[in-house]
Ligand binder design. Structure first.
Ligand SMILES: Nc1ncnc2c1ncn2[C@@H]1O[C@H](COP(=O)(O)OP(=O)(O)O)[C@@H](O)[C@H]1O
Ligand SMILES: [Mg+2]
Length: 365
């Protein structure tokens, strides 16, 4: 299998301006061979523009792009031989499924037997064996998106670029396709850049994620790193839900800090080894809702206890989310698995709340 050969992508100080104002960049990032790398950010932050520069549909204003050590950005789009799948599948309506998948091979003047073999291989990969004779209008949206994927994979591109490929599908199908796409990418070792505004999708699928805001990279990291150790307030707020509390470092003893928060409250936080905060620093304390524990005994050492009142309960099926008013603090959001035992803890509106020292992440303000 020749997929992924020498596929490392290097984007170096890429910028793109429209009408004299810089829209994207400067951006620098590297995608390793075989990696599933996501560009994640809100609508308008420059994800598609970045991808289009890599694909060759846009000319960067400055910077360079390398693939396998060779300059990519100086080649015309058609000779970059990358795989592309966009939100709208845009199949050729007058060609059947097999014809659509074969298209890229046919214009490369590959022998008919070889084309047939590779089209079968690609359709089998995406679970569409036997549907080669259907017309695009005779298959579902999910199947059309699979054809679009097969049409790219059949060319065995060194790099696959996906721009919100699942966002036109309904939720159930989107989740299924997410798993299928990821499994396929792993099976083939296909180096992939995946653009999405959906953090759940990015967290579930990626080896690494670059979080973008206003055309700049806020953080590059694994899903866990981005979730547990957000590099900025933007990342903390954009990825998952969280409580962000204004705090002041009062004391630091080795790896633990005592923060003053709200009026008259304290919060203990474990600091990473490389933390530079010192007493007197203004910080944000980031706490995920699932780490705000309601009731329960066994207050762990170093945890911070609060007492409050349950303001509202949102039942989300598997999970329950609760807003808790603690006098002198902004309201806290807590989330837990909906079990009978957990539900009993919010039976009375007056609750005790605990935040463990290891579950507080401190960011410079
Ligand atoms: N051809 C263009 N001309 C002018 N502005 C553009 C053009 N394409 C994109 N933009 C602007 O660049 C910004 C980033 O767009 P885009 O890369 O499509 O964002 P995203 O894919 O993250 O939603 C937006 O503000 C958008 O309006
Ligand atoms: Mg876009």
């Amino acid at each position: 299998m020749d997929i992924g050969r020498n596929a490392m992508l290097d984007v170096v100080s890429l910028t793109k301006s429209y009408a004299n104002s810089v829209t994207v960049g400067p951006l620098s990032f590297t995608v390793q061979q075989g990696e599933f790398f996501s560009l994640l950010g809100p609508s308008g932050c420059g994800k598609s523009t970045t991808l289009r520069c890599i694909a060759g549909f846009e000319t960067p204003t400055s910077g360079q792009i390398f693939l396998g050590g060779e300059r990519l950005d100086i080649k015309p789009a058609y000779s970059r031989e990358l795989g592309l799948v966009f939100q709208s599948h845009a199949l050729f309506p007058h060609l059947n499924v097999a014809g659509n998948v074969a298209f890229g091979l046919a214009i490369r003047k590959i022998h008919a037997d070889e084309i047939r073999r590779r089209v079968e291989w690609a359709l089998d990969l995406v679970g569409l064996s036997g549907l080669g004779n259907r017309m695009p209008s005779q298959i579902s949206g999910g199947q059309q998106q699979r054809v679009a994927l097969a049409r790219s994979l059949v060319l065995k591109p060194p790099l696959l670029l996906l721009d919100e490929p699942l966002s036109s599908l309904d939720l159930k199908l989107r989740q299924q396709m997410r798993d299928e796409l990821r499994a396929l990418q792993r099976q083939l070792g296909q180096t992939t850049i995946f653009v999405t505004h959906d953090q759940t999708e990015a967290l579930a699928m990626s080896d690494r994620i670059a979080v973008l805001s206003n055309g700049r990279i806020e953080q590059v990291g694994t899903p866990i790193e981005i979730y547990r150790r957000p590099a900025s307030r933007f990342v903390a707020g954009f990825i998952g839900q969280c409580n962000i509390l204004d705090g002041l470092i009062e004391r630091r003893e080795g790896s633990t800090a005592r923060l003053r928060i709200g009026s008259g409250h304290f919060l203990m936080a474990r600091l990473p080894d490389d933390a530079t905060v010192k007493p007197g620093d203004s910080v944000w304390a980031v706490v995920r809702p699932e780490d705000v524990t309601i009731g329960g005994t066994g207050t762990s050492e170093g945890g911070s206890p609060f007492t409050g009142t349950v303001r509202d309960i949102e039942f989300l099926g598997e999970d329950t989310q609760v807003r808790i008013d603690v006098p002198g603090l902004p309201s806290l959001t807590a989330a837990f698995k909906t079990t009978r035992e957990a539900a009993s803890r919010i039976a009375s509106p007056n609750v005790s709340v605990r935040i463990d020292v290891d579950d507080v992440f401190v960011l410079h303000r």
